[in-house]
Design a protein around this ligand. Structure first.
Ligand SMILES: *[C@@H]1O[C@H](CO)[C@@H](O)[C@H](O)[C@H]1NC(C)=O
Ligand SMILES: *[C@@H]1O[C@H](CO)[C@@H](O)[C@H](O)[C@H]1NC(C)=O
Length: 650
């Protein structure tokens, strides 16, 4: 039912959008709520029976947490998977009281199949699928407090040092919990001290805990310059800091003991906020871990609550309803032209505004249509456009998507809305796009390679958060045709050379395109524009040359305010873009590694300088390699054709 669908998604949107964090302590500071109450969008089918099981599960969790020194519990009774955890500094009585408050709060999810609430003192979560090893999802974010410290600068440095040590030590501590205090570096006890805790769930291992805390640490750093307190949450871990004590003195962990190396016993050099050698290893481990875990086709990979809950079939819309909604697919309702067909704005009978895509695919692909649509319907991530449903019964194949009021990114970079995005918004768009791609590549239960990442496929929501469109559809194209011909020519500037020339497909194809999108975002230039005076190179060639000559700032879009960015930042982002566009593809990082690079302001996490990229161009229907990694000369103006490959012949 169309009605049902619209209502459901509006509801979900409310849950995701309203992030209310009450900073002042409530009557019980432990039940100060962190972030939103998350509820699954789906209902139990057998409500009475499920509620009985849910009650029994909560009772079991309570029973477990009532025993001394037990602060973590899971309980599984079909169809409920549930988990609860208290911060270790809580007494048993406080822990149970916190859980009780959490149970009351999740009752607001009524008969939904999942709920999650996070308090300062504890958290509770239940789902109808396995999630005990899930590290991150769309509900992984920091919330910065509103107060600032009188000496925020001093506090910033102190807290950063503390948090850095905390995220390193906690995974090595039995029980994955640490609470610690750090005096202000100036000493003298004149304030500026920082207090912090970190905690992981106990159903993951040390590497998983480190992976999670690496992410929350990166997230919470964003609060340090402006807030005297903050929390960062993820499905598998929690981190919090404050300039005020929030745990008993006698609960402080001696972090130093866990920062020693095993054999030498030498304390590792830790410089405040600087991720040194240890950090690099940890970051790489974290990235590998996320990657390894996400390769497993596991129910946990299907995502939960703030991502999605269970595999559901797509909503079936009636052709005539969609025809009416789009005024008969009128020109006036046409939003644009995608790689797979035209897109129209539609207003459904219930008032919901949607985007309807008329698919143009071969009849052979129709057989796969339903499978693919089912798959895409279950992709839930805040940086990916939601597919609401489809209509396959009428004369055409139609896909119904959520509607984005703002235009696609290309129009903001070099189109009619040029100059409207500031530097910070651009950096956020880069990071958001990366998050969406991590989900597609590594966190969804199958790896989805987009194959057509470009600025016009990235839409912006009301807050200018990016949402990637058109994913999953390339799978409907026949294997050997997807990278060639007409469609291909239009997006050449974004296409990885190995894919353009040989049709070699891997996730690294998206990484390359993502690198090009980054370059477009910072330069305001279109990647496929050939000669823009006074520049006489393709965007990628130009970017490489400026990077090599250390003239990074010359790449930056002239519509940006020069006070908004620093040379260091530009260099860092440019380097990330160039690392993405390297060849062979094995040199390109994975999406999860990129997220870590992008979230870190520290350039030392790069172990390799980017290599000179391969630049390709199309000449009619031929693809030409303009410059190759093997080229010895730094001058990219010498367009010696290294190899020519006839694409249309493949
Ligand atoms: C579950 O517990 C709630 C709250 O205690 C109660 O209102 C409800 O009736 C219980 N449901 C069942 C099926 O036992
Ligand atoms: C910590 O101190 C409190 C009183 O401030 C006391 O009740 C508690 O037993 C102490 N805990 C430990 C582990 O020493």
């Amino acid at each position: 039912m169309v009605e049902g669908s619209g209502g459901r998604w509006r509801w979900l949107a409310v849950v995701i959008m309203v992030v209310s964090v009450s900073e002042p302590a409530l009557s019980n500071p432990q039940t100060n709520q962190v972030g939103v109450l998350g509820c699954s969008p789906f209902n139990y089918t057998d409500v009475a029976d499920s509620m009985r099981v849910l009650n029994a599960t909560f009772a079991d969790l309570r029973n477990q947490l009532s025993s001394d020194n037990k602060r973590f519990a899971t309980s599984t009774q079909q169809p409920v998977y549930a988990m609860a955890q208290c911060r270790n500094y809580l007494s048993t009585a406080d822990c149970v009281a916190c859980l009780d408050a959490a149970v009351v709060a999740t009752r607001n999810c009524s008969n939904k199949t999942g709920g999650r609430i996070i308090f300062d003192g504890c958290f509770l979560r239940y789902e109808d699928s396995y999630f005990y090893e899930q590290i991150t999802d769309a509900g992984t974010y920091p919330t910065c407090g509103k107060r600032t410290d009188p000496k925020q600068d001093v506090f910033n440095t102190t807290a950063k040092q503390l948090l850095y040590e905390l995220q390193l030590a906690t995974p090595r501590i039995n029980g994955f919990f640490a609470a610690a205090k750090q005096e202000a570096s100036g000493g003298g006890g004149s304030g500026g001290a920082a207090f912090a805790v970190a905690q992981c769930i106990e159903t993951i291992d040390e590497t998983g805990c480190q992976a999670c805390l690496t992410i929350t640490y990166r997230n919470i750093l964003g609060c340090l310059s402006k807030s005297a307190s903050a929390r960062a949450i993820a499905p598998a871990c929690f981190m919090r800091y404050s300039n005020k004590r929030f745990f008993p003195n006698n609960q402080t962990t001696n972090l130093a003991a866990f920062l020693e190396t095993g054999s030498s016993g030498k304390k590792k050099a830790i410089i405040g906020g600087v991720v040194g050698g240890v950090g690099i290893i940890i970051l790489v481990l974290a990235a590998i871990f996320i990657y390894r875990r996400s390769k497993k086709p596991n129910a946990a990979r299907r995502g939960n609550i703030l991502g999605a809950t269970q595999l559901k079939g797509p909503e079936n819309y009636r052709y005539k309803d969609l025809k009416a909604a789009t005024k008969g697919f009128s020109q006036e309702n046409k939003l644009g032209q995608g790689g797979f067909g035209d897109v129209y704005k539609g207003t459904l009978k219930n008032g919901d505004v949607v985007a309807v895509k008329k698919l143009v695919i071969s009849s052979r692909a129709k057989a796969d249509f339903e499978t693919e649509v089912r798959l895409i319907t279950n992709v839930h991530h805040r940086n990916l456009i939601r597919l609401l449903g489809c209509s396959a019964k009428g004369e055409e194949l139609l896909l119904v998507y959520e509607y984005m009021a703002n235009a696609s990114l290309d129009r903001y970079i070099y189109g009619d809305k040029r100059g409207m995005l500031n530097w910070k918004q651009r950096v956020d768009i880069i990071l958001g796009t990366a998050m969406g791609l991590v989900y597609l590549h590594q966190q969804f239960h199958v790896c989805i390679i987009h194959r057509d990442i470009k600025s016009s496929n990235i839409l912006l929501d009301d807050d200018f958060q990016p949402k990637i469109a058109d994913f999953g559809l390339a799978r409907l194209l026949p294997q050997n045709q997807s990278h060639v011909s007409t469609k291909f020519a239009g997006t050449l500037g974004y296409t990885a050379p190995e894919y353009a020339i040989h049709g070699h497909l891997s996730e690294k194809v998206d990484i390359y395109s993502f690198g090009i999108v980054i370059l477009e975002i910072i330069s305001g230039r279109r990647s496929s524009d050939i000669r823009v005076e006074p520049v006489t190179e393709y965007l990628l060639e130009q970017a490489w040359k400026l990077y090599e000559n250390e003239e990074h700032l010359r790449l930056v879009d002239s519509t940006l305010d020069p006070n908004d960015y620093t040379t260091e930042e530009v260099k860092r982002i440019l380097e990330i873009a160039l690392v993405c566009t390297q060849s062979p593809p094995s040199l390109r990082p994975s999406m999860s590694e990129l997220v870590i690079m992008l979230s870190s302001s520290d350039r030392s996490i790069f172990q390799n300088q980017p290599n000179r990229p391969t630049v390709i161009s199309d000449l009619g229907n031929r693809v030409q390699v303009l410059s190759d990694t093997s080229a010895t000369t730094a001058s990219s103006t010498s367009h010696a054709t290294a190899s020519i490959s006839d694409v249309s012949g493949r």
